[in-house]
Design a protein around this ligand. Sequence first.
Ligand SMILES: Nc1nc2c(ncn2[C@@H]2O[C@H](COP(=O)(O)OP(=O)(O)OP(=O)(O)O)[C@@H](O)[C@H]2O)c(=O)[nH]1
Ligand SMILES: [Mg+2]
Length: 208
Amino acid sequence: MKVAAIVPAYNEEATISNVLRTLIRSPLVNEVIVVSDGSKDRTAEISRRCGAKVVELEENVGKGGAMKIGTLHTNADVYLFIDADLVGLKNQHISELLEPVLLGTAEMTVGVFEQGRLATDLAQKIAPFLSGQRAITKELFNNIPDLENSRFGVEMALSRYADKHHTSVTRVPLFDLYQIMKEEKRGFFRGFIMRIKMYWEILRTVRL
Ligand SMILES: Nc1nc2c(ncn2[C@@H]2O[C@H](COP(=O)(O)OP(=O)(O)OP(=O)(O)O)[C@@H](O)[C@H]2O)c(=O)[nH]1
Ligand SMILES: [Mg+2]
């Protein structure tokens, strides 16, 4: 089974190279695709230099749309979605996320941060299933409607679909891995506005 790692990225020049290095080195990952979602910084350039395949979107389409477009650029059987703002990503995290899907015991895995600064993140506390770190079969992913417009609702859409259709999902604890929160990345005020928008996009998916 062929595995494509797909990294949706919007202005993540500070962290993306370490994420990509780990993905490229992983023996379970056959292809690494970065979808730069209308980034205005050096995300695309850095990704290309790291050796990833880069899909550069002129306009920002939102996380769900970026993920969907990434899948259209590969013929892999399994997708591994990884956020570009992770710190501490190791090969072990990647194998743990992929193994249940590659062995056929799950159609999707969801990585849950177990430690680190993210424990303070409200979203993760309330709804750990919203994690952007997951492996999923192509077949399941393609069955889920409206992902292209879901923006930050994409994880909610994936998990709700899996629930409703009694899909086998395995939760994978991810130790010693964290991400840079929006307030740190973009400054407190701007980050906070972005967070409110994100929650709105997630809630919008619940109503759909
Ligand atoms: N903010 C944002 N991120 C996007 C977008 N499209 C793709 N992404 C990527 O999606 C991943 C997750 O986005 P984040 O903004 O970190 O969202 P999060 O991790 O759920 O949120 P916090 O940790 O709470 O800040 C990152 O790799 C982003 O670069 C977009 O339109 N906006
Ligand atoms: Mg993040």
